[in-house]
Ligand binder design. Structure first.
Ligand SMILES: Cc1ncc(COP(=O)(O)O)c(C=O)c1O
Length: 441
């Protein structure tokens, strides 16, 4: 058998990875997947505790998804959406509009979460440039329309992806600080509606949109928002004539216990970003959905140049769209969301025992998204030194016991496939517990 590890080390540069460490250490090379499990080249079996970076929905090598892709492959692998349409992208757009919050009517495709956000930001920006008359609320300077609405309001600790636009609306210093000279500035607020209103009141004439990860900030370490926060943000955005962008790249497709996190607070955003679970975790596809009102602002004569001049080569890829259609079909057929409810309850109940561990200082959960935060001192919340990589030590322990995890610093993330069985969930929790305990000693 080829020495894939060695070849990997010779040729690859891994994402979010200090390669100096990577080169020194033994690495897993995954060769196969089945259900909730991944298998390495040596046929060792690992429970996938993070859904291969939060994407796997119905498990690996799901028969219906495989078949849908193979069927599409026999018809067409790719044809561009620039100047042409294709069948799966049409069918999927119709389905997405059907299942997403009520005001969303139009679908713009791309390939990943960052581009879905990038598109949302550009659409929001351009929308105000092309709206001539003030809104019925009268907010915005008369005469020049809303041209000054060029800024974004974002949440502290936000993560919306790694392209320069999405980093600009992000707020995780560890990832984003170095790029600051490249970024555009934005207004930042915490999970506090009073603070949000204060900024909106003062700066609404400059703010194009507010962008949020609804209910929970994933990459920041699974930070949950107070109940009613999202609904409050929606109300304030409407009051101050600011577009609301909901980034459901992580929370979408069942993760929070409903198809979309927005549903928990009956919120319909002006723009919605989807990726990750859209294809059930199979192919890189993303979608940015907008209201008809926004779409209308881009209509005009060719020479008016109101076109949204944006598009990626693989936009609306038929294989990705076919996988996404099959994904939605499985949700319906297998009643995925319905079946998930008992597993969420079980998870909530089982997580309580983690409080017994001496280094667990906080446990946060939103549906099937969990963050277990480790501290040197759980009472004072004193963190471990960054160089100790305690979160990483835990995942190495978990790996020894047959579970693949990926921490966010010292936050242990649990994000199993929605299809995970009770027995597998039990195993995931037991091994995570043992792994944290092993590092606690
Ligand atoms: C909320 C959110 N938005 C955007 C992204 C970026 O997605 P991608 O990695 O597909 O570019 C992520 C990735 O984790 C995310 O969690």
């Amino acid at each position: 058998m080829k020495n894939y590890q060695q070849i990997d080390k010779q040729y690859l540069w891994h994402p979010f990875t200090q390669m100096q460490d990577w080169l020194k250490n033994e690495q897993l090379v995954i060769a196969e997947g089945k259900g909730s499990y991944l298998y390495d080249t040596k046929r060792n079996k690992y429970l996938d505790g993070v859904s291969s970076l939060w994407v796997t929905v119905h498990g690996h090598r799901k028969k219906e998804l495989n078949q849908a892709i193979k069927k599409q492959l026999d018809k067409l692998a790719h044809s561009t959406l620039l100047g042409l349409a294709n069948v799966p992208s049409i069918e999927l757009a119709k389905e997405l509009v059907k299942i997403t919050p009520k005001d969303l009517n139009k679908v713009f495709y791309s390939d990943n979460g960052s581009t879905a956000v990038e598109i949302a930001l550009k659409i929001a920006f351009q929308y105000w440039q092309q709206i001539r008359s003030p809104s019925p609320s009268g907010r915005g300077a008369r005469g020049e329309g809303f041209k000054k609405k060029t800024k974004f309001l974002t949440l502290i600790n936000a993560y919306h992806g790694d392209t320069v636009g999405s980093v600009s609306v992000g707020g995780i210093d560890l990832f984003h600080k170095i790029y600051r000279p490249l970024l555009f500035s934005s207004f930042k607020v915490g999970f506090d509606l009073k603070e949000v209103e204060k900024v909106m009141k003062k700066h609404h004439h400059k703010i194009a949109a507010m962008i949020v990860e609804p209910l929970i900030q994933g990459a920041a370490g699974m930070l949950t928002q107070p109940k009613g926060f999202l609904k409050g943000v929606r109300k304030l955005c409407t009051k101050y004539n600011i577009l609301l962008i909901c980034d459901e790249v992580a929370t979408g497709f069942g993760r929070t216990g409903k198809m979309f996190a927005c549903e928990h607070e009956k919120v319909s955003p002006d723009i919605l970003c989807l990726a990750k679970g859209i294809t059930g975790g199979y192919l890189p596809l993303a979608a940015t959905l907008t209201t008809n009102k926004i779409y209308q602002a881009f209509l005009g004569k060719h020479e008016d140049k109101k076109t949204f001049f944006h598009g990626h080569t693989y936009t609306g890829n038929p294989l990705g769209c076919a996988a996404a259609l099959a994904n939605l079909e499985i949700f319906r057929k297998e009643k995925t969301i319905q079946k998930l409810q008992a597993k969420i309850k079980f998870l909530t109940q089982q997580l309580k025992q983690f409080n017994n561990l001496t280094i667990v200082g906080d446990i946060r959960q939103c549906g099937f998204m969990v963050g277990i935060e480790l501290f040197k001192n759980k009472t004072t919340k004193e963190p471990f030194p960054y160089k100790d990589r305690v979160g990483h030590q835990v995942i190495l322990e978990a790996r020894k016991r047959g579970v693949v995890l990926r921490p966010l610093g010292d936050v242990i993330v649990l994000m199993p496939p929605l299809s995970i069985s009770h027995k597998e969930l039990e195993k995931l929790l037991r091994i995570t517990y043992e792994s944290i305990a092993a590092v606690s000693i």
